[in-house]
Design a protein around this ligand. Structure first.
Ligand code: BGC
Length: 356
């Protein structure tokens, strides 16, 4: 009887399926190290917990670490992951240029690395890169300002300021370039003026993407250029943490003696920023669904451990100085007060209560 049952099950493939199911969800008890930059920004907490959830659901053991935006801490965490037997590393780097040496150790042990969201530079020890289309993020921010100000229709006489991210984060330049490709022609033809004259990447960069630093720079810009009542029409901020600092500076030093509020862009749809959006203090934020990024990354982990190839959709853009890293680029979209319900609530990213 039992033999017959077994052969029926074998013929239908059911035994094979259930046996795979027994081996720790198909992942054979393999361990994945996930190194995240910081808990300070909501987005990385979300990335970390999505990655952990998805990897565990696929049967992996997970070593998830956050490094308080401190490069040495991240290097030590990665060394520990290598020493403690992680089979694959998923790394959102703090500084893309600082991991070459530690990743050599991973390579010596045959541990493959996936660059998560931020490209890891100047090393051949990176197998894949999972991210969003970073240039498109910037393009969408630039186009939002272009649309809202009617720049294509030739409207003119606008003042704008620019805030981007950390120069050690390879993404920052992509965001900046995407936005400036749209906005630069209007600066050049005079439809937009940048009263502070702070335009080039290094001048408008924000170390560690820190809100405090963005706030301090915006305060200085306001007192030097807008204290006389000059109107500020737009602030191109590459992400939500910089937008948050800019907004705070405007609330404290601009709102009282001006009767307009500038267009402010952002990225990540962090809860505090979505609340600002609903209160009319930030205009938009790029939404990058970290659930999609996590599931693409898990596909890469699976492929590496099975010795197959992971799905990628870009084999050209992300040259890390040593090699072009095969990448999967997820698509960013923008959210604002008009579409946030559809983008953020209907997709179950947030509940209405979280945004109140
Ligand atoms: C990410 C952004 C984030 C920024 C600051 C970038 O690398 O792509 O989503 O806002 O880092 O953490």
């Amino acid at each position: 009887m039992k033999k017959r049952l077994l052969s029926v099950l074998l013929a239908t493939g059911m035994v094979a399926t259930s046996l795979v199911g027994c081996t720790a969800g198909g992942a054979g008890g393999k361990k994945v190290g996930v190194a995240m930059p910081t808990k300070d920004l909501q987005r990385w907490n979300q990335d970390g917990s999505n990655m952990e959830k998805e990897l565990k659901a696929a049967g992996y053991t997970v070593d998830l670490q956050y490094a308080s935006n401190d490069i040495n801490t991240q290097v030590t965490q990665i060394e520990n992951m290598i020493a403690s037997g992680c089979d694959v590393l998923v790394i959102a780097s703090i500084d893309g240029n600082s991991l070459g040496t530690v990743l050599e150790k991973a390579k010596e042990k045959g541990i493959e690395v996936i660059a998560y969201d931020r490209l890891i530079m100047n090393t051949d020890a990176v197998t894949y890169y999972a991210t969003f289309d970073n240039k498109l993020v910037g393009t969408k921010q630039g186009q939002y300002i272009e649309d809202q100000l009617g720049l294509k229709d030739g409207k003119s006489g606008y003042n704008m300021e620019i805030f981007t991210g950390d120069p050690g984060d390879n993404n920052a330049k992509f965001f900046y370039d995407g936005a400036m490709e749209v906005l630069n022609p209007y600066i050049e033809n005079g439809q937009i003026t940048v009263p502070s004259n702070q335009i080039d990447f290094n001048t408008v960069a924000t170390a560690n993407w820190a809100s405090d630093a963005a706030q301090a720079r915006m305060e200085a810009i306001i007192s030097a250029n807008y204290a006389d009542g000059t109107q500020l029409d737009a602030v191109m901020c590459s992400n939500d943490s910089t937008a948050f600092g800019v907004t705070n500076a405007l609330v404290a030093n601009y709102a009282g003696n001006h009767n307009n509020w500038p267009i402010i862009t952002g990225q990540d749809c962090d809860i505090a920023n979505v609340k600002n959006m609903l209160a009319g203090k930030q205009s938009m934020s790029i939404f990058k669904d970290t659930r999609t990024l996590a599931s693409q990354t898990v596909k890469m982990v699976d492929a590496i451990l099975k010795g197959t190839e992971a799905p990628v959709n870009d084999k050209e853009t992300y040259d890390n100085g040593v090699k072009v890293v095969p990448s999967y680029l997820c698509e960013p979209v923008f959210a604002d007060a008009n579409n946030y319900k559809e983008i953020l609530i209907d997709s179950k990213y947030y509940t209405e209560e979280q945004l109140q």
